[in-house]
Write a protein that binds this ligand. Structure first.
Ligand code: CLF
Ligand code: SF4
Length: 290
């Protein structure tokens, strides 16, 4: 709680392209796709794609080893010094992969000034918080699509927790509890938390304000309401219209700051948010040997 710590966090927010709308045109992020495994099954997820809680479907990002991820970061940062954030967001759940922590340790040693960011489904957040803090993550995204287990049970088919499969409401109760406890503990420990909520018409669209109220209570910094990408078990649910999304954001805004510039990045995206350089020309890729 020292003033210096506060000052440092404010700087990190001001230089984070997802946390500060103004930063998106000035500062970039690099995602390192080192985390292929996932411990839950969301009904909108098709695992040939990156985790849809923080990305859009495409081809799954190529998984890198921690060492390869460090090399890639060195090359990219040399070319794009405006990148201030190193994030791990998949292709699966970062907390379900030990490589996530190995990678952050390597990055922190080499680039102590960069902000370390992570996006997770939150199932393992309470038990992994100590590791998250140890490796120096300061901005954390948790995808919370419901705080009511009855609704959550419609969104996630099952979870795998401590080696056991829990389906439906039983799994939903464990996940929601861990997400909320984990978010609270992370904020208490000084991490700046963002929450992603996938807006699913007919499932959680009437529930998002209740989520926002809870986020306010917990001290979440910013909420990102993302449109459903209709696939998997939810292939028949129409995604929300831009207008429906806007209405949801407006309803939540009194409780928690709204992010409206999300690009649903790939797990291996880098550069400015507006220019997903992982999808740039082959020529350019070859040039920087990625
Ligand atoms: Fe990546 Fe996510 Fe960190 Fe940003 S993305 S882990 S908070 S550095 Fe940003 Fe991309 Fe939207 Fe994510 S625009 S998908 S919100
Ligand atoms: Fe898929 Fe991400 Fe859900 Fe895991 S957390 S099932 S990778 S959308």
């Amino acid at each position: 709680d020292s003033p210096k710590f506060e000052e440092e966090l404010l700087r990190k927010i001001a230089e984070h392209p997802c946390y500060d709308r103004k930063a998106q045109h000035k500062y970039g992020r690099i995602h390192l796709a080192v985390a292929p495994s996932c411990n839950i099954q969301c009904n909108f997820c098709v695992r040939e794609f990156d985790c849809v809680n923080e990305s859009r479907p495409g081809v799954t990002s190529k998984v890198l080893t921690p060492q390869e991820a460090l090399e890639k970061t060195k090359q990219v940062i040399a070319d794009y010094p405006f990148i201030k954030v190193v994030g791990i967001a998949g292709p699966g759940d970062p907390l379900a992969n030990k490589e996530t922590f190995e990678t952050f340790e390597l990055i922190k040693k080499e680039f102590p000034d960069l902000t370390l960011c992570m996006s997770t489904n939150g199932l393992l957040l309470p038990e992994k918080l100590e590791d998250i803090l140890r490796v120096g993550v300061s901005t954390l995204t948790v995808t919370i699509n419901a705080i009511d287990p009855e609704i959550q049970a419609k969104i996630v088919d099952h979870i795998i927790y401590h080696g056991k499969i829990y389906r439906g409401i039983e799994g939903a109760k464990i996940q929601v509890k861990n997400q909320l406890e984990g978010v609270k503990a992370a904020i208490d420990a000084g991490i700046v938390v963002k929450v992603n909520t996938v807006l699913i018409p007919g499932i959680n669209d009437k529930h998002v304000v209740e989520i926002a109220r809870k986020l306010n209570e917990l001290g979440v910094y910013i909420m990102n309401i993302m449109p459903l990408i209709s696939q998997g078990a939810f292939a028949n649910i129409e995604p929300p219209t831009a207008e429906e999304r806007k209405v949801a954001q407006q309803a939540c805004e009194p409780y928690v700051l709204q992010m409206r510039h999300c690009r649903q990045c790939r797990a291996d995206a880098y550069g400015l948010l507006a220019q997903d350089m992982s999808q740039m020309s082959e020529k350019r890729r070859k040039l920087i040997k990625i």
